[in-house]
Ligand binder design. Structure first.
Ligand code: ZN
Length: 247
């Protein structure tokens, strides 16, 4: 589903576009070559491929998959895309180790299996092709992807910023309305959120594409600023309530 001139939404459980447990999965058109952002939970990869095809995106022109962090709903489809389409996997530092060999506890999966994931759900590990660190940039066709690492939701999670287009893919760091992805699993730290959220200030973001729930096409910075301000207060800031499909 094309959502701006250069961005497509090709998976999202919340909207029924793909498996119920999938995060929002985006494709960026870089002028004939493409980048996939996040891969979904890996339980119905074929549906994502169908969505990509019905948007007339040539899948052999997708060069990279950026996995924003190693949680199952973003990362467990990665190996499928790597093996079947020779798409290279890009992952931020700290998440790379998790993606290739994290334990269920380190991945927060011991706690999420049952309430969120099926009781027999198994993590699909994958060896990244490229590891990126905070502030690094990737030039691809007519786009420049900047990796802004904002630990808190997980240890190495990145937001991906297209400066020229003023588009931010905020993953599970900040959602619509400025709620944050604060949870009770291993690797999630409120103090890390507090320390790092300032990296998202003053970016002038227009279009904000989070990892779940609503996206916004105008004045996305306003939503980021709410999160930044909430993290200056003495109270625990509002976090996104995960409405998973079995409720
Ligand atoms: Zn997550």
């Amino acid at each position: 589903m094309r959502i701006t001139r250069d961005v497509y939404l090709v998976g999202d459980g919340g909207r029924g576009l793909s498996h119920d447990l999938d995060c929002c999965i985006y494709v960026v058109d870089c002028g004939g070559s493409y980048v996939l952002i996040d891969s979904g939970v890996g339980l119905d990869n074929a549906q994502i491929v169908n969505n990509i095809k019905s948007d007339a995106i040539p899948i052999d022109k997708i060069k990279y998959l950026i996995v924003t962090h190693s949680h199952s709903d973003h990362a467990c489809g990665a190996r499928y895309f790597q093996e079947n389409f020779q798409i290279e996997i890009i992952v931020p530092t700290k998440e790379a180790e998790m993606l290739s060999s994290g334990t269920d506890k380190e991945l927060g999966l011991d706690m999420a299996r049952g309430p969120i994931y099926p009781p027999d759900y198994k993590y699909t590990h994958c060896k990244p092709d490229k590891v990126v660190s905070d502030g690094e940039e990737l030039k691809m066709g007519d786009k420049v992807f900047k990796f802004i690492q904002v630990p808190g939701h997980s240890q190495g999670i990145v937001c991906v910023y297209l400066r020229n287009e003023r588009i931010l893919f905020s993953s599970d760091v900040v959602f619509h309305g400025g709620t944050i992805g604060l949870g009770n699993w291993d690797g999630c730290e409120l103090s890390e959120y507090r320390k790092n959220i300032g990296k998202l200030s003053g970016l002038g973001v227009e279009k904000l594409f989070p990892g779940h729930y609503l996206f916004v096409l105008r004045d996305g910075q306003r939503h980021l600023d709410i999160a930044i301000n909430n993290l200056k207060n003495p109270w625990v800031p509002p976090a996104w309530l995960h409405r998973h499909p079995h409720f």
